[in-house]
Design a protein around this ligand. Structure first.
Ligand code: SF4
Length: 324
């Protein structure tokens, strides 16, 4: 059956047929120019890797610390940024940028180091915003105060991995922090100018549909600005891969993932930016699910299902009990 994608779109934060607010829409309407993230891999680690809270990191995390780049940090952030900028400008000359400190927990270190990295990039003309990936338990008052002050120069985002609000699952995946800790940090961040993007993962081992919807409902209790939703990836060389090989747990099918994402979008507040609905795993690293390799068709099928079910972002934000 074909769906009429040109039918009137009831969702307002869009310039096309999308029924959720894409990051592209946010950037386009704000800057009227191409803006792209420049991914950086710096010399941080995580408290669940170095023994301060645990060892080995999250069970699904790759050796690259959930980064997309295989670049090795040589101690010079500007050199790494300019190298990546050159590649980006070959594709989009004159594009504006958002440097993104992606791998590991980039506020897990002394303030002097965080300051050095932030201030070596934030004043550049082409940089419009700055984005820092970290964990909710790696943000002390001093760091929050500093980043809040720097928001007067340019907007700063903190990308916070939550993955699930279910503490039992969080313990299974070795997050080494609880939802209560995340909540406390969000309450502190909600009093600042810092923007927040929350990362969650669908299809975590033994999670039910209800668990995945509950994570979104729990997030609805905070102010946050953006969300990234990922499907769980089983990557070679991870502890998750070992667990899966010994005792293959059930993995969400492509259809189930698309269905749950449309429901999650319907529960999210309508003006939140949806930065990602699926990741881009490297084929050779991926054990399962292989359907993740075709990102474009997944996104298209999410759009189609939202039209078919007459859903849009925020439709059931105030009335979760009515969600079909
Ligand atoms: S907190 Fe992030 S970078 Fe650190 S181990 Fe977990 S997924 Fe990897």
């Amino acid at each position: 059956m074909l769906y009429d994608m040109s039918m009137q779109n009831p969702y307002r934060y869009t310039l096309d047929n999308k029924r959720y607010q894409t990051f592209n829409y946010y950037l386009k309407t704000l800057y009227q120019k191409k803006v792209a993230k420049v991914i950086l891999d710096l010399d941080f680690t995580c408290p669940n890797r170095d023994g301060s809270k645990g060892f080995g990191g999250c069970i699904y995390c790759s050796a690259r610390g959930s980064g997309d780049t295989s670049a090795i940090f040589d101690g010079d952030i500007v050199r790494q940024y300019e190298k990546n900028l050159e590649v980006m400008h070959a594709k989009w000359p004159a594009a504006l940028t958002i440097p993104y400190f992606q791998s590991f927990s980039n506020t897990y270190g002394p303030l002097s180091k965080i300051k050095k990295y932030v201030e070596s990039l934030i004043y550049r003309d082409e940089v419009v915003e700055l984005s820092i990936a970290t964990r909710a338990d790696c943000l002390d008052d001093e760091v929050i105060r500093y980043l809040d002050e720097m928001c007067d120069i340019k907007p700063i985002w903190l990308e916070l991995g939550l993955q699930t609000s279910n503490d039992k699952t969080a313990a299974f995946i070795n997050r080494c922090h609880t939802f209560a800790e995340f909540k406390k940090t969000m309450e502190r961040l909600n009093k600042t100018k810092i923007k927040t993007c929350i990362h969650i993962i669908d299809g975590l081992p033994y999670e039910t549909y209800d668990d995945m919807l509950k994570t979104i409902e729990d997030l609805n209790n905070f102010d946050y600005d953006a969300i990234k939703i990922h499907m769980l990836e089983i990557l070679k060389g991870t502890r998750l891969a070992e667990i899966y090989e010994k005792d293959p747990f059930s993995i969400l099918s492509r259809d189930a993932y698309i269905d749950i994402v449309t429901k999650q979008l319907a529960l999210i507040k309508e003006d939140i930016i949806v930065e990602r609905l699926t990741a881009d795993p490297i084929k050779n690293d991926l054990i399962a699910p292989m359907w993740l390799l075709n990102k474009t068709t997944i996104l298209n099928d999410i759009d189609k299902l939202m039209v078919k079910k007459d859903l849009w972002q925020g439709k059931y934000h105030e009335s979760a009990d009515l969600l079909p």
